[in-house]
Each structure stands twice: as C-alpha cells, then as structure tokens.
Design a protein around this ligand. Structure first.
Ligand code: PAF
Length: 289
C-alpha cells in the first residue's frame, strides 16, 4: 500500500473527479471511496480511517442527495458544515474530496434512476417511499465518477448497505463493498448526523433504541429464538418512553431481509423510531457476535 502522497484536493465537477480517478487507475493505484452526506461525526471518521488502511487513494464524497428525501422530510434543514468536514476529512488522511452541487449531479432534464427491487421494499423502503431509489441512483453515479476498487459504508444504515452490496453484484460494478460496525456514543446512542436535531430531553429519550436492542439481545443470548418474543423485548423500552414513537421494529433475515418467525440463521433486528420529530434508525444482528 502506498501512503497518501497526492496533494489534497477539493473537487466540485464530476468531469474533473472522473479524470482524476481515470489517471489514478492508469497509474495502478487502488482507490477507495467513502460516500457521505457530510456533517461528519466519529462514525464517518471510522469509515475514512478504514478506507485509508485499505487503499492507495482515499476519496470522500460529500453530497446531500435530494432524490433520497421525501417531500415532507428534512432536506432543507439537513445539517451541513462543509468547511469543518473538509478539515476532518483531511485529518483522517483523505486525498480527494468530491463535493458537487445539486445541478452538477442532477442537471436540467435528468431522468435516469436505479432501483434494487426486493431489498428496497421493506423497513425504510416502505416507510420512506422512493428513498432507496434515490440512494441507489446517487451511489451508482458516485461510483461511476470516482471509479473505486472499494467502497465503505456504515452498518447503521443496514438496509442501505445490503442494498448497495446487492446492486454492486447485480450490475457487475466490480467494486468491493465493505460494511463497518456501528459507532456509538459512550451511552450507546448510535452516531448520526440527525442526532444534532435532538433537544436535551429528546437526546435522553433517544437512548430507548439502544435499550430496546440490548433487551432483545439479552433475550436472544438467554436462548429465546421466537421473533414475537424478541420483538416484544425490543419494543418495550421504546413504548415506555414518552417522547418516542415507533415507526417500525422488525426482525428479518440478515441477508434477504425477509421476515423471520424464529431466528435460526443470522437475523437483523432493525428499528426506526421518531424521537420528537427526529426519525432515528438503529439495528443489531442476532446470531453472530
Ligand atoms: O448514508 C448516507 O450518508 C447516504 O445515504 C449516501 C450513501 C451517502 C448516499 O447519499
């Protein structure tokens, strides 16, 4: 592996980014991309460090992708800090940052989208219609522009990771898709840019997601395999929390995301919960350590 030796660059034009990537590939360098929507937190930084260790050239992308937000969602207020992000990325050893504007990615007349059929349907797919079509489309575009050998995603967005891995296989992208563990605050809250929306009482209430996961994991480790019992354990701490409202809590096969009635293979316990107006997601895989 060659240590980072490129001049640090912030690139805004897709054509410029692609020309860089083509030259780097021509020079035989291995490229890793970490796609993000910015407002980088320690979870993102863990992805960047993982990428730094796996490739010659590390590219971070920062783009708040409008096509993955529904009409009543938080696109307009999604937290942004481009200057801070650039500094953090540079400190993690990122070589190139690609941060295009919306017109560069979706010019006038844009009309092509990517859909991953089955994996996009349940969970966040049914709660946020169109969301995964937007994610699959932008990730495909970012892959074409940055030409990576390897791409790194967080497993907090478990369904997103599963869908991108499937898409990459199905469409022969030839990119290694790596999923990294969830990074949590000291008290267990999964790190998320959306945590910035939480008031102090909501921040405490948000711990109910982690409590739910822990309760279900404890039941699983004591031998419970029945989905309904495990889901009850997961839901209880959330239902007991005044500021929290369940969007979904579901137990699904960890690979296919099909519903399971009993855990005999690895299964993902996935949840989306509104805490006040903020929708948070979290998950735990049962069946493997
Ligand atoms: O996980 C995210 O931040 C986004 O969904 C992604 C993968 C960068 C696509 O916009």
């Amino acid at each position: 592996m060659i240590a980072s030796r490129l001049p640090f660059e912030v690139i805004r034009q897709p054509s410029t980014m692609r020309a860089w990537a083509e030259n780097l590939r021509r020079d035989g360098l291995r490229i890793c991309v970490v796609p993000t929507m910015g407002y980088l937190h320690p979870g993102h930084l863990s992805l960047l460090r993982a990428g730094r260790a796996r490739a010659d050239v590390l590219i971070a992308t920062i783009f708040v992708n409008p096509t993955q937000f529904g009409p009543n969602e938080d696109l307009a207020v999604y937290p942004r800090d481009e200057e801070g992000d650039i500094e953090k990325a540079r400190e993690c050893g990122v070589d190139l940052i690609f941060c295009p504007d919306v017109e560069a990615m979706y010019p006038q007349g844009y009309q092509s989208y990517v859909t991953v059929e089955e994996l996009s349907r349940p969970l966040c797919g049914s709660a946020r219609p169109g969301h995964f079509r937007g994610v699959a489309t932008i990730v495909t575009k970012l892959f074409h522009i940055t030409q990576p050998h390897i791409a790194i995603f967080g497993r907090k967005d478990y369904q997103q990771f599963a869908m991108i891995r499937q898409m990459s296989r199905d469409l022969d992208f030839g990119i290694e898709i790596v999923g990294m563990p969830i990074v949590r605050e000291a008290d267990g809250l999964a790190m998320s840019s959306r945590n910035a929306y939480l008031s102090a009482p909501e921040r405490s209430a948000a711990l109910c997601l982690y409590r739910g996961l822990k309760a279900a994991q404890a039941r699983f480790h004591s031998g419970e395999r029945d989905s309904l019992a495990l889901l009850d354990a997961a839901r209880q701490p959330i239902e007991d929390t005044e500021l929290a409202r369940i969007d979904y809590v579901d137990l699904r096969d960890a690979t296919t995301l099909e519903l399971v009635t009993s855990v005999s293979r690895p299964a993902v316990l996935a949840m989306a919960v509104f805490v006040g107006k903020t929708r948070l997601i979290d998950n735990a895989v049962l069946g493997i350590d």
